[in-house]
Every structure is written in structure tokens, then in C-alpha cells.
Ligand binder design. Structure first.
Ligand code: PEP
Ligand code: MN
Length: 360
């Protein structure tokens, strides 16, 4: 067989339909791709239907381009497929009620490392709301480096967190550590957080692919960007497309800070992937006096949101007190972000609630 006539069998591809392609043509393409052994995912790319074909199949792009309604077939060369910009050019926007993550507005998620008491949760929720946070954070199941450290309040903590979030019209993000916890955490949380230590817990990721609650996937302590995107791929491949990525600092040779917040990961991931990128300057530095500067830098670098630890009494916090901001510091930070975000064409919530609107 000459080179010119050799069939090029491609394993992963994106089939871009013509602008005027009909639903019936798209359905026919999907059916044929499934028959060829592909797992198929549909998305909209602008006003075109885009069909991702991954998994076990093989096909010749030149032949598929001849099918009715097909505009072009792109090969995906990255090992992650559904997370890549080749699959979806437009940014993913995750909508939770009136909160849009990945859109124009920078979304700030703030709250304590752990739920401790009803009063602590309530006071902190009120403070972060007043300052302009849209999402309340707090852990009830805690992944602690030591088995002797506080492990979280469990379901009682989830209840406290959700009640406070509802009282202040905040959405709730909280961590899910294992498969068995998914149903109960899903009952209380609007966003399921996968902690850094669980980034490569593939059975957990697979199960999170089966639910439809948005997932925030933290970067592992020593994970490369590619490994991180591959972990996101596990969730996406299950059909849960509501995934956001969170840079929370990586382990380097530097020991002055708890971790090294990789701010360059923000623009790198935004180029490679359509998924929203959140920055966590609290775990990223481990020190309260460095959190504000890195939060500002993250927004300037283009982060779609922040995850910040704030505690009403950080010096007595049961976990991560040293990196938790005082409410007043958080309030001041929000004021600074209202200057930075518009400078790069982003909005940010202007609170108090009575003055709600955009920062530009
Ligand atoms: C947390 O958000 O409190 C947490 C435990 O984060 P990480 O998984 O990034 O250490
Ligand atoms: Mn913490």
C-alpha cells in the first residue's frame, strides 16, 4: 500500500459540524461513531455542534469529513480530551443559581478551614458575605496529615455550614474525601471539593463523574499540570462536565512558605483547557501575611475565582489558623480586588448586599 492511500486511523478526535447542520445529521454522526467503538460527548462550540469521540474507537478523519453535515475533523493530540480546548473552544461556565463560575465575574469563595461550632460558622459566614463572597467554604470531613489532628465534625458540620450559607444567601463548597461520603455531602453542598491529597484517587473521581453536582478539583501536592488535567478527565469522562480546577500550591524545595503557589499554572491551564481555574492562596502560602498578596496576584493573572480561608478568630482555629485571614483583612482584600478585577476586564461582586452590582 502506498503512503498516499494508507488509512490514517485516529483514536481521539473532535468532529465539528457545519453551522447549518441539522440535529438529524448530528445524531447520525453520533450513531456511526458509537458503532465504530467511540465514547461520544456532544457540546456546542459557538453556534456549531461539536462531537468529541474518545475511548476505544478508531476512524479515518478524511472519511468522516465526508459525512453529511460535517465541517471538519480535528485530531486531539493531548492525552486529556474532554478537558482540552480542542474539544471545547469556549470557556466552561458553571451555573449554580445566580452564581456563574468561569464567566466575567471573579467568584470569591471564603470561610473557615473547618466547621467548629455553630457560632464560629455563623460569624464567619456573615463576615464573608458582608465583604462580597458568593460561596461559603468550610470542611466537615478533613484530610489531615496527622491521624491525631482534628478530623472534622462530619454530618453535624455539614448541617452547620449549609444552614449558615442559606441564612446569608451563599452557596456552599465542602470537601468529599471518599466515595461513600458522596451522597451525604451532595445533600448539603453546592460544590464538591476534591482535596489535593485525593487528586489521584481515581475511584473517587470516577464516582464524581456520575453525579451532576459541580466539582472543584485541587491540584495534587506534587502533580504536574498534565496529571491534574488527566484527573479532571476522569470526572468529565463520566459525564459530569461541571468541573473547576484549583491551584493550591505545590511542593518545591522552598520551605519558607508551606507550598509554592504556582501562579503561572493559571494562564497555562486556561490555554490548555476550557475549565474554570480557581486559586487558593491560603494553602498556597500557609501564612496569613502572604495570602493577600497572592490573592491579588491570582486575580491579576486571570483566575476565575479564589478559595480563601477566613476565620472569625484565627488564633484559636482548630485547623489552618496561621493561614486564615481575619474578617477585616478579607474585607480589605475584597476592596483591593474590586480595583484589580476591572483593570483586566473582569467584574467582581460589590457588597454590601444593598449595593450589589458589578465592580466596573
Ligand atoms: C482545605 O481546603 O482545607 C484543604 C484541606 O485543602 P488541600 O486539599 O488543598 O490541602
Ligand atoms: Mn485548610
Amino acid at each position: 500500500m502506498s503512503v498516499a492511500t494508507a488509512k490514517v486511523q485516529v483514536k481521539d478526535m473532535v468532529v465539528v459540524m457545519k453551522e447549518l447542520a441539522t440535529e438529524a445529521q448530528a445524531d447520525a454522526v453520533v450513531t456511526q461513531l458509537v458503532e465504530m467503538g467511540f465514547d461520544v460527548h456532544r457540546a456546542m462550540g459557538g453556534n456549531r455542534i461539536v462531537i468529541g469521540a474518545v475511548g476505544g474507537g478508531q476512524g479515518d478523519p478524511a472519511l468522516i469529513e465526508l459525512w453529511d453535515g460535517v465541517h471538519e475533523v480535528l485530531r486531539i493530540s493531548e492525552p486529556y480530551k474532554l478537558a482540552s480546548r480542542s474539544f471545547q473552544r469556549e470557556n466552561t461556565v458553571i451555573t449554580i443559581g445566580d452564581v456563574r463560575i468561569g464567566g466575567d465575574e471573579v467568584i470569591v469563595m471564603a470561610g473557615p478551614c473547618s466547621a467548629e461550632t455553630v457560632e464560629q460558622v455563623e460569624t464567619t459566614a456573615a463576615a464573608v458575605k458582608r465583604a462580597g463572597a458568593k460561596v461559603f467554604r468550610g470542611g466537615a470531613f478533613k484530610p489531615r496529615s496527622s491521624p491525631y489532628s482534628f478530623q472534622g465534625l462530619g454530618v453535624a458540620g455539614l448541617q452547620m455550614l449549609r444552614e449558615a450559607a442559606d441564612r446569608h444567601d451563599l452557596k456552599l463548597i465542602t470537601e468529599v474525601m471518599e466515595v461513600a461520603q458522596i451522597p451525604v455531602v451532595e445533600r448539603y453542598a453546592h460544590i464538591l471539593q476534591v482535596g489535593a491529597r485525593n487528586m489521584q484517587n481515581y475511584s473517587l473521581l470516577r464516582e464524581l463523574g456520575k453525579v451532576r453536582t459541580p466539582v472543584l478539583l485541587k491540584r495534587g501536592l506534587s502533580a504536574t499540570i498534565e496529571e491534574w488535567l488527566m484527573s479532571a478527565e476522569y470526572i468529565l469522562a463520566g459525564g459530569n462536565m461541571n468541573v473547576m480546577l484549583c491551584e493550591r500550591g505545590i511542593r518545591t524545595f522552598e520551605s519558607y512558605t508551606r507550598n509554592t503557589l504556582d501562579i503561572s499554572a493559571i494562564p497555562v491551564v486556561q490555554q490548555l483547557s476550557h475549565l474554570p481555574v480557581i486559586s487558593d492562596p491560603s494553602h498556597g502560602t500557609g501564612r496569613r501575611d502572604k495570602v493577600v498578596a497572592m490573592a491579588r496576584a491570582s486575580v491579576a493573572a486571570g483566575a476565575d475565582g479564589l478559595l480563601v480561608e477566613v476565620h472569625c478568630d484565627p488564633d484559636h482555629a482548630v485547623s489552618d489558623g496561621a493561614q486564615s485571614l481575619f474578617p477585616q483583612q478579607f474585607d480589605q482584600l475584597m476592596g483591593e480586588l474590586r480595583i484589580i478585577a476591572p483593570a483586566i476586564g473582569r467584574g467582581i461582586c460589590v457588597e454590601p448586599a444593598s449595593r450589589r452590582g458589578w465592580g466596573h
